[in-house]
Design a protein around this ligand. Structure first.
Ligand code: ADP
Ligand code: MG
Length: 356
């Protein structure tokens, strides 16, 4: 069953169309991530779901209840939706405990116990209860904001770039903690971010947003492997894109013959491979072996566990121009040095992109 349904939501500010005909179904219990560059309309969309903005046209339902349509609007405080805004927005003049307990109806002992339980669920030490927001790290502030939203027992949780203020190591740890916490609580979640690796890792449903429009949605692995167009391909990660002639399930291109995942015939198209689908084998220059595609390593970007290489395909005849440059992802430990000649082979299928 779908918890939230967005039907053709549009919103303009003056002549600027911030949301353009957005439709999306969010399954109950899912973690849906909306990913898009800054300014693509992500915050506007979340604020609309929360009830702080209203669409010009379109309809929004939650568990079958209409929240907004052309005739009526359910106000934010009646929606039972948890919203953690981009900056966390803790009340600066309230302690951690007071922030978390802000919307709790209970009093006295019961209230104290509920606050302690919520702090425990977001892995905050009980001794932090009397601290002030400015005495907390970014990660701790985010967890207080999350606990405050969870205190309302929301039907839906909205998280706006919740990890963007944290440094890399902490970000991955927080992401896992929050994912597990929300799964345990069984809360349907929508998270928005501009960070593609965060999106791919957190989502079980991913939707890509661009210029106020949802351009593609689905399982993260499918979007990564089968992006609709080149722009989406490059937004979700590095990609090798090149022209090819498609014939009987094969792409004929500068890398030779590669199987493709769709069977248009005798047409020319752009194909895409992820850099980790290219494999390099070292060869001795000018030797007879290695009849396939040869390339020279022109750049090497070492980042520990992986290494991103740029290789330049070598022409078959020495009087031709040097060939296309390609990105290759290799293990950091066994990456060939710049200047070395390598053989390039591919793994798996190439994906045929749609025309822009
Ligand atoms: P994102 O969260 O993806 O960075 P936003 O939803 O904040 O994007 O903004 C989308 C676009 O709408 C931006 O161009 C922004 O300037 C514009 N916008 C957002 N809110 C308002 C507003 N209240 N008034 C005018 N323009 C706005
Ligand atoms: Mg935003």
């Amino acid at each position: 069953m779908n918890a939230l349904e967005l039907h053709s939501i549009s919103k303009s500010y003056g002549s600027h169309r911030a949301l353009d005909n957005v439709s999306l179904s969010v399954p109950t219990g899912s973690r849906t991530v909306i990913v898009g560059p800054s300014g693509s309309g992500k915050t506007t969309l979340l604020r609309m779901i929360a009830g702080f903005e209203f669409p010009d046209t379109g309809r929004l339902t939650l568990n079958g209840q209409t929240l907004v349509d052309s005739t009526h609007e359910v106000p934010a405080h009646q929606r039972l939706i948890g919203y953690v805004p981009q900056d966390g927005a803790l009340f600066p003049h309230m302690t951690v405990a007071a922030n978390i307990g802000f919307g709790l109806a209970s009093k006295g002992q019961e209230r104290q116990e509920r606050i302690a339980e919520l702090m425990d669920s977001v892995a905050l030490d009980a001794r932090m209860a009397e601290r002030w927001p400015h005495e907390l790290s970014g990660g701790q502030q985010q967890r207080v904001a999350l606990a405050r939203a969870l205190a309302q027992q929301p039907r839906l949780m909205l998280l706006d770039e919740p990890f963007s203020a944290l440094d890399t190591g902490l970000r991955a740890a927080m992401r896992k903690l929050v994912a597990r916490l929300l799964a345990d609580a069984g809360v349907t979640t929508i998270l928005v971010t501009h960070d593609q690796s965060e999106a791919l890792s957190f989502a079980d449903q991913l939707a890509v947003m661009r210029n106020g429009r949802l351009v593609q949605s689905g399982h993260p692995l499918d979007l990564y492997r089968y992006p609709e167009d080149e722009e989406t391909a490059l937004f979700l990660g590095d990609a090798v894109v090149m022209p090819a002639r498609i014939e009987a399930g094969w792409a004929h291109c500068d890398l030779g013959r590669i199987p493709v995942n769709n069977h248009r015939n005798n047409s020319s198209a752009q194909i895409m491979l992820r850099p980790e689908q290219l494999q390099l084998t070292s060869i001795v220059p000018n030797s007879a072996e290695g009849s396939g595609c040869q390339a020279v390593v022109t750049e090497r970007d070492f980042s520990g566990n992986t290494c991103t290489l740029t290789v330049e395909l070598q022409p078959l005849n020495t009087d031709e121009q040097p060939g296309r440059s390609l990105l290759v992802r290799s293990s950091g430990l066994y990456a060939p040095p710049t200047g070395s000649t390598v053989q390039v082979s591919t793994i798996g299928h190439a994906h045929v992109l749609s025309e822009p």
